[in-house]
Design a protein around this ligand. Structure first.
Ligand code: NCD
Length: 329
């Protein structure tokens, strides 16, 4: 699925980082060497933005930003990333005003956009849609969320934020809380974290537990000979005192067929000052955002709140990814 595009000519001097011309569909594509590379470039992007605001690395390049689902951060951070590198963007955030409404298929939409652009970012409500788009496109396709599947660029920025805040990933205890069934960010983050020596706690209502295919990855010894320790529980109080990372998610209302079920589980977890008092002094609270009620606003001022830093890091990581797949990193 993630092979280099057959028909693409890759000059020898671009062989270096292995990202040139590639699609980014799943976190399975990343090992520690690739992660180190992207984070190193993202760090450089941060320094560049802080010093100069922008650069001309991607001047003359065009990104098609194709969003079939709502987005604030992912969409605008990809746009900002492209623009800060001197490139330009075709933003399609309202597919209802595009030919999609006339019944155009995903392959045809993708073929159209790649005739005008150099890279396509796609968010779509169906799992596997980004892989389908990548199959039909010759240009690199980046998955910005495919239904309940994956959200690889979010997981990369999450991991980058953990490294920035805690200085390491090996040895950490990570709790993921909330909607682990439908939340694509926790699927991708879990699959990325198995590259490290991490212990997991999956905290959710019974009906929103982590899917078994993701648990299989945690249990398997593919990335680590002894597999990973993990626990599945319903009460966050059981783990709050031990965790280094508390990754909180929104209950994904749009994925429910029965809204009465949503109402039963929506406010089960709220991170507030009382809960934070029981947490370690050195830990972080993360959230991909948007939050609904999961984290009280009073927690925002706690130095352990990392969700706004995640948001900012998203742009640096996406700058690194765009520059890499376009062969300019
Ligand atoms: C997440 C998503 O779209 O999966 N948002 C994001 O990209 N930051 C999380 C969510 O919508 O709950």
């Amino acid at each position: 699925m993630m092979q280099r595009k057959e028909t693409k000519h890759v000059p020898a001097n671009h062989a270096g980082n292995g990202f040139y011309g590639q699609d980014i569909i799943s976190v399975n594509q990343f090992d520690r060497a690739k992660l180190d590379y992207i984070f190193h470039v993202a760090d450089e992007m941060r320094v560049m933005v802080e010093r100069f605001g922008s650069a001309d690395l991607l001047q003359g390049k065009i990104l098609a930003n194709l969003f079939y689902e709502p987005s604030t951060r992912t969409s605008s951070s990809f746009m900002a990333a492209m623009m800060r590198l001197g490139g330009q963007v075709i933003p399609i955030n309202n597919v209802q005003y595009s030919s999609v409404t006339k019944g155009e298929s995903l392959p045809d939409t993708v073929r159209t956009l790649e005739s005008y652009s150099d890279v396509i970012v796609i968010r779509h409500p169906e799992m596997g849609a980004a892989a389908t788009a990548a199959h039909y496109a010759q240009k690199p396709v980046i998955n910005a969320g495919d239904g309940v599947g994956e959200h690889p660029t979010q997981a990369l920025l999450d991991l980058f934020t953990i490294l920035e805040a805690l200085g390491k990933v090996d040895g950490l205890k990570v709790a993921m809380v909330g909607d682990l069934k439908y939340g694509r960010t926790v699927h991708s983050l879990t699959k990325l974290l198995v590259n490290y020596d991490v212990e997991f706690a999956f905290v959710s209502p019974e009906m929103l537990q982590m899917p078994s295919d993701v648990l299989d990855v945690v249990r398997s010894n593919q990335r680590r000979p002894e597999g990973h320790d993990y626990s599945i529980l319903e009460d966050v109080h059981e783990v709050i005192g031990h965790v280094d990372v508390l990754y909180v998610t929104r209950v994904q209302k749009e994925r429910f067929t029965d809204l009465a079920e949503y109402d039963r589980v929506k406010d089960q977890y709220v991170v507030d000052d009382a809960l934070m008092q029981r947490a370690k002094e050195r830990m972080i609270v993360m959230h991909p955002l948007p939050r609904v009620n999961e984290i009280s606003y009073t927690v925002d001022n706690d130095p352990r709140a990392a969700y706004f830093r995640q948001m900012r890091n998203g742009m640096y990581v996406r700058m690194a990814l765009l520059a890499s797949v376009l062969g300019k990193a």
